[in-house]
Design a protein around this ligand. Structure first.
Ligand code: ZN
Length: 93
């Protein structure tokens, strides 16, 4: 799936939606950044840094990230309540 441009529903920032290797959709910031990861060096006691370009999760920088968490928690509460009440809608009593 190609990255799809969208707007964050909480803060209005332009974001990109992508799919992780595990098949989960996730929002990331538009501007790629460079990070450095540790890489092995054959010489003992040495560590090298390898530069990688990538995207930062929008959840890490969204100024209104609490709203994302709250929505998820609220939905979980509703799901729990629905399970406790059972899903048999044929008998309203
Ligand atoms: Zn946001």
């Amino acid at each position: 799936m190609a990255l799809q441009q969208a707007r964050c529903r909480s803060c209005g920032a332009t974001i990109l939606w992508g799919e992780t290797v595990r098949g989960k959709r996730t929002p990331v910031n538009v501007r790629p950044v460079t990070i450095f990861v540790e890489d092995r060096d054959l010489r003992p006691g040495r560590t090298l840094l390898r530069a990688l370009a990538g995207y930062v999760s929008h959840f890490a920088t969204c100024p209104r990230v609490q709203e994302h968490r709250k929505k998820k928690r609220d939905q979980a509460i509703l799901d729990d309540a629905a399970r406790e009440m059972g899903d048999d809608r044929s008998d309203p009593f």
